[in-house]
Design a protein around this ligand. Structure first.
Ligand code: GTQ
Length: 369
């Protein structure tokens, strides 16, 4: 778009004059305004996110996450989390668009109380061996690179049962979305803790095996019956798919953490993927509506986002705002690289807002500055 596009017939193009300015003042006194003063901003030609592309280095964040451990107790903080704040819109505690993310640390033997809220949550484990979560009475143990969900409205509490090392996991929530819609409720568990069922990882045992259980009560909730997606079978699935298919020109070999009953996203508002870039692979650029937060799960690479290069390695977190051109490359010539990501695509799709476009110039790659 050029400035000239906003001068076209059909766009607001009123020039200020003293009479108009006085008129705007009169309207403002009545808490009203003239649409044409803001029309081109509030209805842009294409999405104009305030969120900017960002990369947060794990190496830089990790010491500060550790620093929080003695500074606040889990009880005081509720959740001891260093959140990532997009500098383009600091007022909403969002990492990008309608998505929140943060690094939560739990010391050895520590546990947090149970609560539930409208915002849906997901976890991606960065480090530590003792992490557990109880989601609606189901205890799950999660290790590095495991993915787990806490759907909207489910009771949840977390802890670290290791006696030596802290757990650091990444929380992803749709808090900014819920708040934009003024739909958020929050409750503390009446007993402060849930009484978990006896079987650990019961949903993974029931639904995690490429077959669906028969003869059991039908699952009717609007989210996946699988609450945990361990790394090993996830990685194996990617390696297997890489043998069977080329994958996506924009994402390499990419798979969604699916609700096995619907084939759709695990939760109603947020989807999540794990993708594999073959050694040396560079994808083509595309853009789509919807925001994405990526975590480098394995290896090292570079992503070009809106023309800017972001080099990443394991643990780094970066974001792609809605409608920003992006492409990824594995910088290692002999090892594969994996990116975990989560997004707001289910919202975009269910509202009919999904759009996608390929970058066709320059051989499909963005020029970088
Ligand atoms: O685990 O419930 O990072 O409610 C932010 C808000 C984690 C959680 C966060 C939350 C949670």
């Amino acid at each position: 778009m050029t400035a000239h596009d906003d001068d076209r017939i059909g766009r607001a193009r009123v020039t200020d004059n003293p009479e108009l300015l006085a008129y705007y003042d009169e309207l403002a006194k009545l808490d009203a305004g003239a649409l044409w003063t803001v029309a081109n901003d509030i209805e842009p030609w294409y999405p104009q996110p305030k969120s900017v592309p960002m990369l947060w280095r794990y190496e830089q964040l990790r010491p500060l996450v550790h620093k929080a451990l003695p500074l606040v107790t889990g009880d005081e903080a509720g959740r001891r989390v260093v959140m990532l704040v997009n500098p383009g819109r600091t007022e909403v505690s969002a990492a990008v668009g309608p998505l929140y993310t943060g690094l939560q640390i739990m010391g050895p033997g520590e546990s947090m109380t149970a609560h539930r809220h409208t915002a849906a949550a997901l976890r991606f484990v960065h480090e530590g061996t003792g992490a557990w979560t109880i989601v609606d009475g189901q205890k799950l143990k999660v290790g590095p690179r495991d993915f787990a969900i806490t759907p909207s409205g489910t009771w949840h509490e977390h802890g670290n049962e290791a006696d030596d090392v802290p757990v650091i996991w990444q929380d992803g929530l749709d808090i900014p979305l819920v708040n934009a819609l003024d739909a958020g409720f929050y409750e503390i568990h009446p007993d402060l803790h849930q009484t978990p069922g006896k079987v650990i990882n019961s949903s993974v045992l029931s639904y995690g095996g490429n077959l669906l259980p028969s003869g059991m009560e039908k699952w009717t909730r609007p989210y996946s019956p699988v609450f945990g997606y361990p790394w090993e079978p996830t990685y194996q699935a990617l390696l297997d798919l890489a043998k069977a298919a080329d994958g996506s020109p924009y994402d390499g070999v990419i798979m969604e953490y699916a609700n096995p009953l619907t084939g759709g996203s695990a939760m109603a508002t947020m989807g999540a993927h794990m993708q594999l870039l073959r050694p040396g692979q560079a994808t083509l650029a595309h853009r789509h509506t919807g925001s994405v937060i990526y975590t480098a799960a394995k290896g090292r690479g570079v992503s070009v986002i809106a023309g800017r290069r972001f080099e990443w390695r394991e643990g780094d977190i970066f974001c792609v705002p809605s409608w920003a051109w992006h492409e990824h490359a594995n910088l290692d010539q002999s090892e594969d690289a994996c990116l975990f990501s989560f997004n707001d695509f289910p919202v975009m799709r269910s509202l009919g807002f999904h759009r996608e476009e390929a970058y066709t110039e320059n051989g499909g790659h963005q020029p970088t500055s």
